[in-house]
Design a protein around this ligand. Structure first.
Ligand code: ZN
Length: 436
C-alpha cells in the first residue's frame, strides 16, 4: 500500500465530520501553554492516536528561554454591587486573560477598566488575550458588555494558580522505512478557539490516523505543543535528533472558508516547498504562496538560523487576516467539515509527493526504447488520459538520468505528479528505468 491508496478511500470516509466532532469535544476546554487544560486535551487526542505525553519542569533552560510556571484556573468572575456575575469565566473561558495571576478584591470601575480588554470594532465579540511572560491579570469582554458597566464597585475574583509545575506536550512517532523524518507540528495551547488552533490539532490527528495504516518511506513525527515555548523546548531537548528532519509542516488555520495559503520555509525552495507548490498548483483551486517571514507560528523556531529546517506552514487564511482571528467569533460556526477535509487532502497529496519522489535512471539511454512492442501504449489507460500518460512516459524516460527526481520531471513537464509517478511505475515494471 502507498500513500496514494489512502486518497482513494478518503472519498468513502467522513473525516470532515470526524474532525469536526473532535473539534467540538475539545472546544470547551480552557487550554493555555501549560496546565490541566493542555493535559486534558492530550488525553482526548490519546483516544485517537497513541501519543506520548512529555512533562518538562518549570525552570528548565531551553536556549534563551525558561520553561514557565504552570498555570491552572478553576473559576473567575467580576460581580457587580448586587452580586450578579457581569463577567463570568463559566460562560466563556476567553473572559480571562490567559496566565492571569490569582486575584480576590473589590475595585472601583476605573481600577477595573485598567484590566479590561474589548474590541470596539466588533462590539459583540470577546477578544483572546494572554500575559504569559508578564505577571498581570485581566478580563476580556464584548464591547457591549463593557459599555453596560455602571460606575460602582466590583468584586473581582480569579481563582487561579501560577506555580512550579510542568510544561506538557504530546509526541507521536510513526516509524517508516527510513529514519529520515517528516515533522508535523501544531500548537495546542489556545482555549475555545476553533480555526486557530483546534483545526490544526484535528487535521494533525487525522493525518496521523491516515498514515498509520500505510507502509511509509519516511518516518513521521507529530508534535502537539504549546506555541513558541513548545517548539523551543522540543528543539532544545532534542537537538541531536533534529538532523533526521528532512521536511516539515506547521499545521494551523485549516478549517475556514478561505483559500489554501502556503508560507514557504526559510530555505524557500526546499523539497517540501516545491511539493506543496506543485500540489496547490495542480489542485485547480485558488491558492496563495507567501515567502518566509520571521513571525507567525512555530516555523519561526524550526527555521531559526541555527536549525534552518525545511519547515513551511500550510494553512487556509493566515493568522490575523480574518476578522474572527483571536476572538470569540473563531467558533464552531467558522470552521466547516468540507474545508477541513479539503485541507487534509492537500496535506495528503503533499506527503504523497514526498513519499513518491524518487530518482530513477533509464536502462536504455541511447534513443527511445520501443514502447509499442512492450505493450506500453495499451498499459496507459483510457482515451482520455492516454495523451498525458504517453507524454509522461516519454518525459520520465528522457529525464530519468539518475539526477532528477519525479518532482523535477513533474515540474519540467507541467504534468501532475501522480501522472508522472504512474508512468514511472509502469516503466519500472518493464525494467526500462531503475530506482537510484
Ligand atoms: Zn493564535
Amino acid at each position: 500500500m502507498n500513500i496514494n491508496d489512502i486518497k482513494e478511500t478518503l472519498g468513502t470516509c467522513d473525516f470532515g465530520i470526524d474532525m469536526m466532532q473532535l473539534i467540538s469535544k475539545l472546544f470547551p476546554i480552557c487550554r493555555s501553554i501549560t496546565g490541566r487544560g493542555f493535559r486534558e486535551t492530550l488525553n482526548v487526542l490519546k483516544e485517537q492516536v497513541p501519543l506520548l505525553v512529555h512533562e518538562v519542569p518549570t525552570g528548565t533552560r531551553v536556549f534563551d528561554w525558561t520553561v514557565p510556571k504552570e498555570w491552572n484556573i478553576n473559576d473567575a468572575y467580576v460581580k457587580n454591587s448586587v452580586g450578579d456575575r457581569v463577567i463570568d469565566f463559566q460562560k466563556s473561558n476567553l473572559h480571562v486573560v490567559s496566565y492571569s495571576l490569582p486575584v480576590q478584591k473589590t475595585v472601583s470601575l476605573n481600577e477595573l477598566k485598567a484590566h479590561l480588554f474589548t474590541l470596539p470594532e466588533y462590539p459583540e465579540w470577546i477578544p483572546y488575550r494572554t500575559s504569559y511572560y508578564k505577571e498581570d491579570w485581566g478580563f476580556c469582554l464584548s464591547h457591549n458588555q463593557f459599555l453596560a458597566l455602571k460606575d460602582e464597585n466590583y468584586e473581582v475574583c480569579i481563582d487561579a494558580s501560577l506555580q512550579e509545575g510542568n510544561l506538557s506536550y504530546g509526541e507521536y512517532y510513526l516509524p517508516g522505512e527510513a529514519e529520515e523524518e517528516v515533522l508535523i507540528s501544531c500548537h495546542a495551547c489556545h482555549p475555545s478557539l476553533c480555526n486557530d488552533n483546534l483545526s490544526g490539532i484535528a487535521l494533525s490527528v487525522f493525518l496521523a490516523k491516515c498514515l498509520r495504516s500505510l507502509s511509509l518511506r519516511y518516518s513521521y513525527r507529530f508534535l502537539f505543543i504549546p506555541g513558541t515555548i513548545g517548539s523551543i523546548t522540543w528543539l532544545a531537548l532534542n537537538e541531536n535528533a533534529v538532523s533526521h528532519i528532512q521536511h516539515g509542516l506547521v499545521v494551523a488555520c485549516v478549517g475556514d472558508p478561505g483559500k489554501m495559503t502556503y508560507k514557504k520555509s526559510r530555505q524557500g525552495n526546499a523539497e517540501i516547498d516545491r511539493a506543496v507548490m506543485h500540489v496547490l498548483n495542480k489542485s485547480g483551486e485558488p491558492y496563495e504562496a507567501i515567502d518566509f517571514f520571521p513571525y507567525g507560528y512555530d516555523e519561526r523556531q524550526y527555521c531559526s538560523p541555527g536549525f534552518n529546517l525545511a519547515v513551511g506552514c500550510l494553512m487556509r487564511t493566515p493568522h490575523g487576516r480574518y476578522p474572527e482571528y483571536h476572538t470569540s467569533a473563531d467558533d464552531l460556526n467558522l470552521v466547516r467539515e468540507e474545508y477541513l477535509e479539503n485541507s487534509l487532502i492537500n496535506y495528503l497529496n503533499t506527503l504523497g509527493v514526498l513519499e513518491g519522489n524518487w530518482k530513477y535512471i533509464t536502462t536504455n539511454p541511447k534513443c527511445e526504447p520501443q514502447l509499442g512492442k512492450r505493450g506500453l501504449y495499451e498499459a496507459i489507460g483510457g482515451q482520455k488520459e492516454r495523451a498525458a500518460n504517453q507524454m509522461a512516459l516519454l518525459w520520465v524516460l528522457n529525464l530519468s538520468d539518475g539526477q532528477l527526481t519525479l518532482l523535477d520531471i513533474a515540474e519540467r513537464s507541467d504534468l501532475p505528479f501522480e501522472t508522472i509517478q504512474f508512468a514511472a511505475n509502469i516503466l519500472e515494471r518493464h525494467a526500462l528505468i531503475q530506482k537510484c
